[in-house]
Design a protein around this ligand. Structure first.
Ligand code: ZN
Length: 80
């Protein structure tokens, strides 16, 4: 029986298909991945710099993608 339920060392990446409480998904314009992150992980990805232009573009937030690690434009889906 496996008891390995701890999150991996760096970013705990969940399947985008699963719904978790206090989490959302981010859709990356570079790698096209949609990655599930917790709100805490999302906040960590946005430091030290992030940019948000919700009216101008589909991928409206600029911060580090949890999937490919690049600083690029992403869309946050808080409803997913
Ligand atoms: Zn990416």
């Amino acid at each position: 029986m496996s008891r390995r339920e701890r999150a991996p060392g760096r970013h705990a990446l969940y399947s985008a298909a699963e719904k978790h409480p206090l989490s959302c998904t981010v859709e990356c314009s570079s790698c096209r991945e949609e990655t599930r992150v917790s709100y805490i992980e999302l906040a960590l990805l946005m430091v030290p710099v992030s940019l948000h232009l919700p009216w101008l573009r589909y991928h409206h937030s600029w911060f580090r993608c949890p999937a490919c690690g690049r600083r690029t434009w992403l869309r946050v889906h808080l409803d997913r």
